[in-house]
Design a protein around this ligand. Structure first.
Ligand code: FPP
Length: 258
């Protein structure tokens, strides 16, 4: 048992995870599906007087820690926004630095995925990335495909609107009967078809926007925004988001009978 940020972390061997309790010994309910907008690497670099690439490197390191922590407390789906369809507007230098970092850190994610029984998945059109990078993505998908403890999805060249357009084109090319379309048909054809809709969406660095991330999927997600920059988002900050989530009253549009 270990105390972090007034929380008790107790081993639950039967279920291969840790249970979290708050200072009043109430169990903290862990969202099954969490999505994160990783923002603030550039501001972190500026704050520390570092080149932007080193801000992104620090962001990769923060992600490794949060991935392992999320898996250890029983999160079943973790989805992170790593490169958007709008990020192509950045300088060629920054994009290349990001691609090099992604390549390097996918190796570290592979280690963590194998050690922790995590299935790695990608959403977005990875085939617009350099071949060396998308081949590495395919290799990770393949090598972790039978893992069952958590699905870790990385959004690479992802934009929600682009996803919806690609989905409709794919359905049309399969002669889908659009007159009888249902919400389920759309859900089942999106890049996220294997991911439960997020229970909790976290955004770091204090911006109050969705930036074209999972627009269909977050219809009923709880949103948590923190001013903390992504590279400084550590386990304690993660727990703060979970504690805040536990205070929410999720009604999904209905009302609670008193
Ligand atoms: C936004 O910060 C962040 C990104 C564009 C990149 C996020 C990627 C990672 C943290 C690494 C993910 C790694 C893998 C292997 C999946 P920003 O540059 O927009 O920050 P700013 O708004 O402060 O300038």
């Amino acid at each position: 048992m270990k105390n972090i940020n007034h929380l008790k972390r107790v081993s639950d061997n039967a279920n291969n995870r840790y249970l979290l309790y708050d200072e009043n010994d109430n169990i903290i309910n862990i969202p099954e599906s969490i999505a994160i907008i990783l923002d603030g690497n550039g501001r972190y670099a500026k704050k520390k007087g570092l080149p932007r690439e080193l801000g992104h490197k620090a962001g990769c390191e923060a992600l490794e820690v949060i991935l392992e922590e999320a898996v250890s407390i029983g999160v079943k789906y973790l989805t992170v926004y790593a490169f958007s369809t709008e990020n192509w507007k950045r300088s060629e230098n920054e994009i290349n630095a990001l691609f090099n970092l992604f390549f390097l850190y996918l190796g570290k994610i592979e280690e963590k995925a194998i050690k922790n029984n995590v299935k790695v998945n990608f959403i977005g059109d990875i085939y617009k990335f350099p071949k060396k990078l998308y081949t590495e993505c395919e290799r990770l998908i393949n090598i972790t495909k039978d893992n069952t403890r958590c699905v870790f999805s990385i959004a690479f060249n992802y934009g929600s609107r682009d996803e919806i357009v690609r989905t409709i084109k794919k359905m049309a090319s399969n002669n889908f009967d659009f007159n009888n379309i249902t919400e389920k048909d759309i859900t089942n054809n999106l890049d996220t078809k294997d991911i439960k809709d997020p229970d909790l969406l976290i955004r770091t660095s204090g911006e109050f926007r969705l930036s074209n991330f999972l627009l269909w999927q977050i219809a009923y997600s709880e949103i948590y925004i923190t001013n903390v920059l992504w590279p400084e988002f550590d386990k304690e900050e993660f727990y703060k988001a979970l504690i805040d989530y536990n205070k929410r009253d999720r009604r999904f549009g209905g009302r609670k009978e008193k």
